[in-house]
Ligand binder design. Structure first.
Ligand SMILES: Nc1ncnc2c1ncn2[C@@H]1O[C@H](COP(=O)(O)OP(=O)(O)OP(=O)(O)O)[C@@H](O)[C@H]1O
Length: 537
């Protein structure tokens, strides 16, 4: 029989490990002890000189009585009393261990039998802090509370290996993205591109629960790490932002596939036109008023090659594509013009490791996808070439890193579909060229499984749908299946984060953006120019 009475009365904890598995610990605590799922524990193995950390994954009532039905008999309390023979069995998941060299490692060994189990103290937290990266997003949760001293930070170097942010509406996705942006502005480790059709990231607005929120321009101390390109004149003047322009040549015919449904014949036209600069394609369709009786042999206009390539298409197909091109141009008039594009400036800002926000308030979903697809293609094109091996001045040989956020990503990364080729290409090959994607979605089960398999960082916020949780559990690189209860019970603003270089899934309370930027504002911002300088007197 296991006694809960401690042998050494001077010892700080009387709980002892009785588990028998490398990947699952177990110990007993009195029946009235307060423990919560998610509590972080420290297990000291004095035999091997190792300190293990674990997280409570289950709580089970148990007893030492041989009668298996003792607790269902009347007057149980009277016969037995609830002394030390009745207890709670606590099951815990190992996080990792620290040895003499003070390095945190994955849990590849088991603590000694009866190793001491206790709650970690403030000094123990530096072991957990050790595994964190540069992009702070919150603090580590422990059961009902948080470990204020253990900030949860993602590693910038793994962002090119793609990230997913999964949350049902109202669970704090927008807040998370803004906190992530603010940390990227402060850390300046890679460029981050976000296209915002709701205008909420720049200057805030109202959260899904109606509360007023702030935006990235309010993080004043980090402003050097932010470049906003907007179509909103009043905002541009008020906050000193850049004007967003794209030019006809930024457009390529496959962008139409994202915006409209097409028949096979119309798709063929679009493919034929892919090799032509956007200004030629737009020029061709604008110059010909009526293509319903188009005859390539009789064509006398400026775009002979295009006319010749379209010679065999039916005169029913061409007017449809023409309508789509014209509607695309007129719909996006507020930022699309024949000459003069912001793309060089956008890419420069990304390569200066800034957060680049494309602010197109009140524009349609189609315009948002249009802009995102053009920018993604251009970033990929430049990174596939030599441009990204630079430092803006050229020659340092270091590859630039860019992360592209794709909100409501199921629209463009769902299973199947030609229309989303550029995003798919980015997910499959981007990392080789330093281009990562940040897939943000409420419906992970509707994202192509091959794309999910490419994501190496998962930020899982509350997901009410079992199918969504199962999809996440089967795609994450760390085992999240045993955290299902925790994921189901996450409150708004809480997340389970599974990422490379942090050896265990971390339960996190995401910072509230408004509080976080106040806190960041009080800290000095690290500027790339300061790297390597001794800033002391
Ligand atoms: N980390 C947090 N700490 C405290 N409160 C939070 C946190 N994150 C979100 N909230 C609160 O939860 C509510 C919803 O947050 P938010 O608007 O970010 O959700 P959302 O998932 O983006 O919603 P939607 O999908 O509808 O835009 C807000 O009122 C916000 O204040």
């Amino acid at each position: 029989m296991t006694s809960l009475i401690d042998i050494n009365l001077n010892d700080t904890s009387k709980y002892r490990l009785i588990g028998d598995r490398v990947l699952s610990y177990r110990f007993a605590v009195p029946h009235d002890e307060e423990f919560y799922i998610g509590d972080i524990l420290k297990i000291t193995d004095t035999v091997k000189g190792l300190v293990f950390f674990a997280k409570v994954s289950d709580l089970i009532h148990d007893s030492n009585f041989s009668d298996p039905r003792w607790d269902t008999r009347p007057h149980t309390e009277h016969f037995y009393g609830l002394g030390e023979d009745v207890y709670i069995l606590v099951e815990a998941l190992p996080l990792g261990y620290v040895g003499d060299d003070e390095r945190f490692r994955k849990p590849r060994t088991i603590p000694a039998k009866f190793a001491r189990v206790e709650r970690p103290s403030a000094e123990d937290f530096h072991f957990l802090r050790q595994v964190m990266g540069e992009i702070e997003v919150g603090v580590m949760k422990s059961g009902q509370g948080v470990l204020q001293d253990v900030k949860v930070s993602l590693h910038a170097a793994v962002m090119r290996q793609h990230m997913g942010v999964f949350a049902t509406t109202g669970m704090g996705k927008s807040n998370f993205m803004k906190v992530f942006c603010a940390s990227c502005m402060a850390a300046r480790q890679f460029g981050l591109l976000i296209v915002d059709p709701h205008g909420e990231y720049v200057a805030g607005g109202r959260s899904s629960s109606g509360l007023p929120t702030k935006g990235l321009v309010h993080y004043q101390a980090g402003r050097e790490g932010l470049a906003v390109f907007t179509i909103d004149e009043s905002r541009r003047k008020k906050y000193g932002l850049n004007r967003l322009w794209l030019e006809y040549d930024d457009f390529r015919s496959p962008d139409l596939l994202l915006l409209y449904e097409h028949s096979d014949a119309q798709r063929d036209v679009i493919e034929k036109l892919e090799k032509y600069p956007g200004s030629d394609v737009i020029g061709f369709f604008e110059e010909n008023e009526d293509l319903s009786d188009f005859d390539a042999n009789a064509y006398t206009g400026e775009y002979r090659d295009i006319a010749w390539d379209l010679r065999n298409f039916s005169t029913k197909t061409l007017p449809v594509v023409q309508r789509h091109v014209e509607s695309m141009v007129s719909r996006n008039r507020s930022f699309l013009r024949s000459k003069g594009s912001s793309i060089p400036e956008i890419i420069k800002a990304l390569h200066e490791n800034k957060v680049v926000l494309i602010d197109i308030p009140r524009m349609s979903e189609q315009s948002e996808l249009f802009v995102l697809s053009i920018l993604t293609r251009e970033i990929m094109r430049r990174h596939q070439g030599e441009d990204a091996m630079c430092g803006s001045g050229g020659g340092s040989g270091e590859q630039k890193q860019v992360l592209i956020a794709i909100e409501e990503a199921q629209r463009v990364l769902g299973s199947g579909g030609q229309s989303t080729r550029i995003f798919r290409e980015c997910a499959m090959e981007g990392r080789k060229f330093g281009v990562g994607i940040c897939v943000v979605t409420q419906q992970p089960k509707n994202i192509d499984a091959r794309v999910l398999a490419q994501l190496n960082t998962f930020v899982v916020m509350g997901l009410s749908d079992r199918g969504d949780r199962d999809t996440i559990a089967s795609s994450a690189k760390q085992d999240l299946s045993r955290l299902d209860t925790e994921i189901q019970t996450l409150e708004p603003g809480e997340a389970v984060i599974s990422t490379l270089r942090i050896p265990f899934p971390v339960s996190t309370r995401i910072h509230l953006f408004e509080e976080y930027i106040d806190e960041l504002g009080r800290k000095p911002v690290r500027r790339p120019i300061d790297d390597g300088l001794d800033t002391s007197f």
